[in-house]
Design a protein around this ligand. Structure first.
Ligand code: IPE
Ligand code: IPE
Ligand code: MG
Length: 262
C-alpha cells in the first residue's frame, strides 16, 4: 500500500488528489489515533436524535479506515467507546453497540480486501456477549492479514489501561526494580505497537478524554472543527500534511540546529 493505491481510489482532479500529491510518503506517521467526536452535535444541528449522528459517523469510519490502509499507515486507532461513555442514556449505548456490530458485519469484506488486521483494545470482558462474539469473529478472520493494524478502542480508558498493565506486571513475577518503560509498555493493550505519532480529534474540543494516556506522550496533536460524521479522507490528508510540517523534538533541540552543534 502507498500513495499510488490511495490515488487510484480517490476521485481524480478533486481536492483529495491535490492533498494526496503533497504527502511525503517517507515521512508518514506510523500510527494515527483518532478521537471521533461530534456525532451528537452533528445530529443536533439537523434537529435529529443523537443516534442519527452515530449512524452517520459509520460512513466516516468506513472512509477513514480504507484511506488509512491505502495511504500505507501501519496502525490506525479509533476511539469508539470510553469507559465513561456508559454514563449516557441506555438507548444511546445500545444503539452504539448495534451500529458497531452492523459495521463489522458489513465491512469485514473491506477489511479483508485491504489486508487490514482488526484488533480491539479496552476492557472487552465487560461488553455483552453478542458484541464480543462479533468482535472476536472479525479479529479471527483478519488475524493473518499483514497490512494495516486497525485498533478499535471499546470500553477503553487510558487510566484503566495503565491499571490493567500494572496488575499484569505485578502478576508476571517480574522483579519490580527491573521494570522499565519499555517493559511496562509490553503490558499495555497496545503491546508491540508503535506509539501514535499523530493524534486527531474532531469537532474542536481541546482535550484527550482519557485516550491512550501512556502512548501519546510525544504524539503531535491536530484538532479540526469538522464534526466526525463529516470527516473524510480529505480531512485525514489535511491532518497528515499538518503533521509533516511539525518539528518533532522529543525533548531535544530542532534538527537543523542540532546538526550544526557539536
Ligand atoms: C462521539 O460523538 C461518539 C462517541 C463518543 C461514541 P459524541 O456522541 O460524543 O458527540 P458530541 O460530542 O455529543 O457532539
Ligand atoms: C471521547 O469523546 C470518547 C470517544 C470518542 C469514544 P467524549 O465525547 O466521550 O468526550 P468528552 O466527554 O467530550 O470529554
Ligand atoms: Mg463528544
Amino acid at each position: 500500500m502507498g500513495l499510488d493505491q490511495l490515488l487510484e481510489w480517490i476521485p481524480a482532479g478533486g481536492p483529495e488528489e491535490a492533498l494526496a500529491r503533497q504527502v511525503m510518503q517517507d515521512r508518514l506517521p506510523r500510527h494515527v489515533a483518532i478521537i471521533m467526536d461530534g456525532n451528537g452535535r452533528w445530529a443536533g444541528q439537523r434537529h435529529l436524535p443523537r443516534v442519527e449522528g452515530h449512524r452517520a459517523g459509520i460512513d466516516a469510519v468506513r472512509d477513514v479506515v480504507e484511506a488509512s490502509a491505502r495511504m500505507g499507515l501501519e496502525v490506525l486507532t479509533l476511539y469508539a467507546f470510553s469507559v465513561e461513555n456508559w454514563k449516557r442514556p441506555q438507548a444511546e449505548v445500545s444503539t452504539l453497540m448495534m451500529l458497531l456490530k452492523r459495521y463489522l458485519r458489513s465491512e469485514l469484506s473491506t477489511l479483508l480486501r485491504n489486508n487490514i488486521r482488526f484488533h480491539v483494545i479496552g476492557r472487552t470482558e465487560a461488553l455483552s456477549t453478542d458484541v464480543l462474539d462479533e468482535l472476536r469473529d472479525a479479529e479471527r478472520k483478519t488475524a493473518t492479514n499483514t497490512g494495516m493494524l486497525f485498533n478499535i478502542a471499546l470500553n477503553y480508558g487510558g487510566r484503566t489501561e495503565i491499571v490493567d498493565a500494572a496488575r499484569r506486571a505485578m502478576a508476571s513475577g517480574l522483579d519490580p526494580q527491573a521494570l522499565d518503560e519499555q517493559q511496562f509498555a509490553g503490558f499495555l493493550y497496545t503491546a508491540g505497537q508503535p506509539d501514535p505519532d499523530l493524534l486527531i480529534r474532531t469537532s474542536g474540543e481541546m482535550r484527550v478524554s482519557n485516550f491512550l494516556l501512556w502512548q501519546i506522550a510525544y504524539a503531535e496533536i491536530w484538532v479540526t472543527d469538522t464534526l466526525w460524521p463529516d470527516f473524510r479522507c480529505r480531512h485525514l490528508l489535511e491532518g497528515v500534511l499538518a503533521y509533516q510540517k511539525r518539528d518533532r523534538r522529543f525533548g531535544g533541540i530542532a534538527a537543523p540546529v542540532a546538526a550544526g552543534v557539536k
